[in-house]
Design a protein around this ligand. Structure first.
Ligand code: EPZ
Length: 420
């Protein structure tokens, strides 16, 4: 396993391009199972999770064709079976996204129950309840979700007890081929859900209300192929903006979308960043000023995203003042806090809130990544530390950030990957 070595104390300064959104690409790749025709998916990020999803399609007998730019053509007419094995699901929970499409198109699916992960138990009860309301018979046994339906799924009026991103996506995909109309109340409003809906509409689906908390899908008999380009990754965008702000630097991020980052950009302005935006770029300049502490509370979109909570915690560790950060989406998303305190940060955990008292400097130390976004926050902590930080178990980071050390090197960071 590799690790990243970082020598901190350098202001980031430069421009980078943003990759396609992991959390949009994954459901869109699953949606290719909904048609027998070819779907071309472009702007895919070069990430382990994308490879895992392509492997999952491959193990079912669907052979994606990948070109040198990692644009992928998928034609699922060669599918052989409808099983998603534990060996793959355990490495990527988002494998659950094949459940809805397989049920809708083939009437059966056997998907390993995704285990919990570092950030929480991550149940999928809402996915299962909704699909049962659409007529699926589902048993959870031997660690597998065994689902089947006689004939087509039926449209249903579904109220999601909690806002769930992949739960909304699974049901929306299943509903595109159901008999009748499906209404999803308390639906997730994340931009990635909207991106998936736009791809499904290009495939011939009839969807309204995507981006609001009520999505209405009128089932059709068949969907056809299309070519679709995945939206930019807002979490990657925010992570680099926060890294530049924490190091008192300058950054221009290109091939991105400022309109889906409003809550993050407003927090960055509160830390004292000077921000300019264009159609597909964002410029941040700290003018070498120390950031001010901010307080925030995560919640489903359009509120502040949970996937950027750890990164802002890292910024607060060296900011001026004290900030509180409350996590309302996942029950255990503070694993990075103890590692940062080992670097000299002053963070108290009080239930689902951390109180971060800004210190002048962090000290580099060997730290360990536990989940995707915590890894990114430890890299930011390393960038603002004196001396060297080594971040171990960075397979977490490779799941969600394309070529992170190359992009940070482009920004002037002293960071390199070494075998651990
Ligand atoms: C998606 O996960 C993202 N992953 C996560 O990003 C993101 O953190 C999360 O949404 C919240 O925005 C993908 O899109 C692939 P949820 P998801 O269902 O869909 C509870 C990253 O870093 N819940 O919206 O799994 C759940 O426990 C990843 O890229 C149930 O109780 O999250 C959580 O507390 C990490 N029962 C809350 O809902 C269910 O059936 C929100 O989870 C489903 C969810």
């Amino acid at each position: 396993m590799d690790k990243l070595l970082i020598n901190g104390g350098i202001r980031l300064d430069g421009e980078i391009r943003i990759a396609g959104a992991k959390n949009s690409a994954l459901p869109i790749l699953a949606a290719t199972l909904l048609t027998q025709e070819t779907v071309e998916v472009c702007n895919l990020p070069h990430l382990y999770d994308i490879t895992t999803m392509l492997e999952l399609l491959g193990c079912m007998g669907v052979q994606p064709i990948i070109d040198e730019k990692l644009n992928v053509e998928v034609n699922s007419s060669t599918i052989k079976h409808f099983n998603a094995p534990y060996e793959l699901v355990k490495t990527m929970r988002a494998s659950i996204l094949v459940l809805g499409p397989l049920l809708a198109r083939y009437g059966e699916a056997e998907v390993a129950l995704p285990g919990g992960c570092a950030i929480g138990s991550r149940p999928v009860n809402l996915h299962i309840n909704a699909l049962e309301a659409m007529g699926a018979q589902i048993a959870v046994e031997d660690g597998y979700i065994k689902a089947r339906t006689d004939g087509r799924l039926k449209g249903a009026h579904i109220f999601m007890d909690l806002v769930t991103v992949t739960g909304t996506e699974n049901v929306m995909m299943a509903a595109t081929l159901a008999d009748g109309i499906t209404t999803i109340e308390n639906a997730a409003r994340e931009p990635e859900v909207v991106d998936l809906a736009n791809c499904l509409i290009k495939m011939g689906a009839k969807i309204k209300g995507h981006g609001t908390d009520t999505i209405v899908i009128e089932g059709v008999k068949d969907l056809h192929g299309c070519s679709y380009s995945v939206m930019p990754d807002r979490i990657e965008t925010g992570t680099y903006l926060i890294a530049a702000a924490a190091t008192r630097g300058y950054i221009k991020v290109k091939d991105t979308r400022p309109d889906i980052l409003e809550s993050v950009l407003s927090k960055l302005e509160q830390v004292g960043a000077d921000i300019k935006v264009g159609d597909n770029w964002i410029e941040l300049d700290m003018h070498n000023q120390r950031p001010k502490s901010v307080s925030l509370r995560t919640a489903p979109y359009p509120a502040f995203p949970t996937d950027m909570q750890a990164q802002f915690t890292a910024l607060n560790t060296i900011a001026r003042g004290t900030g509180s950060i409350t996590e309302t989406v996942f029950e255990n998303r503070f694993m990075h806090v103890h590692e940062m305190n080992r670097m000299g940060a002053s963070i108290q955990v009080e239930g689902n809130t951390v109180i971060v008292e800004g210190v002048d400097h962090l000290k580099g130390a060997p730290v360990m990544a536990t989940d995707l976004r915590a890894s990114a926050s430890l890299i930011i902590a390393g960038l603002v530390s004196d001396s060297e930080t080594s971040v171990d178990r960075i397979y977490h980071i490779d799941r969600g950030y394309e070529c992170i050390e190359e992009k940070l090197q482009l920004l002037g960071a002293k960071i390199r990957r070494v075998p651990s």
